[in-house]
Ligand binder design. Structure first.
Ligand SMILES: *[C@@H]1O[C@H](CO)[C@@H](O)[C@H](O)[C@H]1NC(C)=O
Ligand SMILES: *[C@@H]1O[C@H](CO)[C@@H](O)[C@H](O)[C@H]1NC(C)=O
Ligand SMILES: *[C@@H]1O[C@H](CO)[C@@H](O)[C@H](O)[C@H]1NC(C)=O
Length: 599
């Protein structure tokens, strides 16, 4: 629990610092893409943007014209809930249908006039919700016009959208045609996105909404919300796909070791006389655990339970351990099952009650979690682990004063557990008691000179107070201690990441921050705080390919659905931006101006 909250804390801080919200990330990406010349790269390496090649060459010199067209277009656009065309403008024509030969033989000017009139009548029919008539009129306008007009297609798409039931496939088809004629037609883009969303084609919908929001200069709140909505749907859907298909696996070594480190070590259970094969396998599993060889420990405990364990205390230990591994692999129901069976065999194993409490917290039931702590206290009121973990739960619930009381009680029972001291100091800080917090940290530093953690978390508080030099000093000390420590248990790479963040916040030294994260990854390739920070820093500098790679790694490292959705959201948002820049290379300079104005 402690490492989960602290390393997630680093991830949260970097994300909060780099971007106020997702939309800022969108803008940031756009700016970064432009600033670093990523655009040129994407433009030159991309396939034909969209499918509107014929217009492509002429787009630049059309700029003025297209601006003028835009205002005209808006008036034509059949968002007729907003504005009905004036009825007297619409000519009442007789309904003569012309053949292709007749149309072709007409002079261009006449064809233009006829098309305009058909469109006007189409708009009128649309206004009176007579969609099939409107569709017919727009279709004829499309046949008659001498020059393809995006508005005719887009208006007809609006009709298909409003029919009951709506014909989303046809909407997409017409918007495709409209976009072929005018690749930056926001209304058609938005309409197509809407239809694609209804067709559950979320990837394509995200592409279109993203383009619409950028082309609309981020001004349209409705489209911005659509981007968020589709991003959420898509990320959630992908997260669920990943979770249901990926084999259960242990989280990073760092995370697992931090989890086990949150419980005080206990002596190995004593083997019964005439121990069975399974009994001995259990002892091997617990020895692997002590040596931080978690994968081995996991397979051994499974094996031990399969072989059969001959005595109740041993079985209770084995079920506790297997449940813990299941919990770490986010199999919550499986974990609960093992813990309950373990308690049936040995209800005095307080550690299992504490873990049951974590399960209840995971399932959003703090009431039951506290009941489990009470139950644990009934069995052993002097177990310091209980108070430490109850403190953790209270901390998560922002009950800092009660949390501090519980950490204090834990340290009174056993003052050799470094995390109770650290958490006590942090709880004081969170409760607004800065002096007490600093004093607790200073005494903890003295009491645990060989531990890097007090330095690291003290540094975090100093960083929070913008005392950059002092913070970096503490991080450096933590890094030194980690460097001098005997290697096998995994290295704590957080001080490196924190040091990088401090350099970034203090001196805006982005390359120092980057180097620090890379250093952290050398120590611990699975350090998610380093991966997430590197992703955000790369995004800031327009190293989009690196950012994408890091988001992918962040998704791989993510334990639960929430973290996975978070990583995927950034990955998808960035990917949609990249695709936009491919499709609209000519938007580059506009975008950079916009981004600069907004930052
Ligand atoms: C739709 O318009 C056509 C042609 O003007 C007309 O014949 C028809 O009655 C209208 N339908 C409805 C439901 O208004
Ligand atoms: C252990 O095995 C020996 C020999 O088979 C037997 O005499 C003894 O009673 C066993 N002890 C227990 C506790 O089962
Ligand atoms: C710990 O937290 C509980 C709330 O769950 C509270 O009742 C108790 O007073 C706190 N302090 C100690 C020392 O247990």
């Amino acid at each position: 629990m402690s490492s989960s909250t602290s390393s997630q804390g680093v991830v949260d801080r970097v994300q909060a610092f780099v971007a106020e919200n997702r939309r800022a990330v969108l803008i940031g990406t756009a700016a970064a893409l432009v600033a670093i010349g990523g655009v040129a790269y994407y433009a030159s390496s991309s396939r034909e943007p969209g499918s509107g090649d014929p217009e492509k060459g002429g787009r630049k010199k059309d700029k003025k014209k297209s601006k003028k067209r835009k205002t005209v277009k808006d008036k034509d656009g059949p968002v007729l809930e907003e504005r009905a065309p004036k009825a007297e403008d619409v000519p009442e024509e007789d309904d003569v249908r012309l053949t292709v030969e007749q149309i072709v033989s007409m002079p261009t000017e006449e064809r233009q006039k006829a098309a305009a009139s058909l469109k006007a009548r189409g708009n009128k029919a649309y206004t009176s919700r007579n969609y099939s008539t409107a569709i017919d009129l727009y279709t004829r306008a499309i046949e008659v016009t001498p020059k393809p007009d995006a508005v005719f297609y887009s208006n007809r798409a609006a009709c298909y959208m409003n029919m009951s039931p709506p014909q989303y496939d046809k909407v997409v088809e017409d918007c495709d045609a409209a976009m072929n004629i005018d690749g930056s037609y926001v209304k058609a883009l938005n309409r197509r996105a809407n239809a694609l969303e209804h067709l559950d084609r979320h990837d394509d919908a995200l592409r279109d909404y993203t383009a619409a929001t950028i082309l609309g200069k981020f001004q349209d709140e409705g489209i911005a919300q659509s981007v968020e909505r589709v991003l959420r749907k898509l990320a959630t859907q992908k997260a669920q796909e990943i979770i249901s298909t990926r084999a259960p696996h242990l989280p990073s070594q760092t995370f697992v070791s931090a989890y086990f480190a949150a419980f005080r070590p206990r002596p190995l259970p004593e083997l019964p006389e005439n121990a069975s094969q399974g009994d001995r396998t259990l002892i091997l599993s617990l020895e692997a655990l002590t040596a931080c060889d978690y994968a081995h420990s996991l397979s051994l405990v499974n094996e031990a339970l399969e072989q059969g364990i001959s005595w109740d205390t041993g079985r209770a230990e084995a079920l506790n351990l297997r449940g813990t591994f299941k919990f770490l692999m986010t199999d919550i129901p499986g974990a609960k099952d093992d813990f309950l069976k373990s308690l049936e065999l040995q209800s005095s194993l307080t550690q299992t009650w504490v873990k049951i409490a974590s399960i209840h917290m995971e399932q959003g039931d703090p009431q039951k979690a506290f009941e489990a702590f009470d139950e644990a206290i009934k069995h052993n009121a002097d177990d310091p682990d209980i108070y430490y973990h109850r403190g953790q739960v209270l901390f998560i619930m922002n009950e800092f004063t009660q949390a501090a009381e519980n950490y204090t009680k834990s340290t009174e029972l056993d003052d050799q557990f470094v995390f109770s001291h650290i958490q006590l100091a942090v709880a004081h800080y969170k409760a607004g008691n800065v002096a007490k917090s600093m004093a607790t940290f200073r005494s903890t530093l003295k009491a645990f000179p060989q531990r890097s953690e007090p330095h690291n978390y003290y540094g975090e508080l100093l960083l929070d107070q913008q005392r950059f030099e002092d913070a970096i000093d503490k991080f450096d000390r933590a890094i030194d201690i980690e460097g001098e420590r005997p290697k096998p248990p995994p290295i704590n790479a957080l001080p490196q990441v924190n040091r990088g963040l401090a350099m970034y916040q203090w001196k805006q030294d982005i390359s120092a921050a980057e180097r620090a994260c890379q250093e952290a990854l050398k120590l611990d390739p699975q350090c998610e705080a380093a991966v997430a920070t590197l992703a955000q820093l790369s995004l800031q500098q327009g190293k989009i390919d690196v950012a994408m790679e890091m988001f992918e790694r962040q998704a791989e490292l993510a334990r639960g659905e929430v973290e996975l959705v978070n990583a995927l959201t950034y990955q998808l948002a960035t990917g949609a931006q990249v695709e936009f820049m491919k499709n609209y290379p000519e938007m580059a300079s506009q975008l950079s101006q916009m981004a600069r104005a907004m930052m």
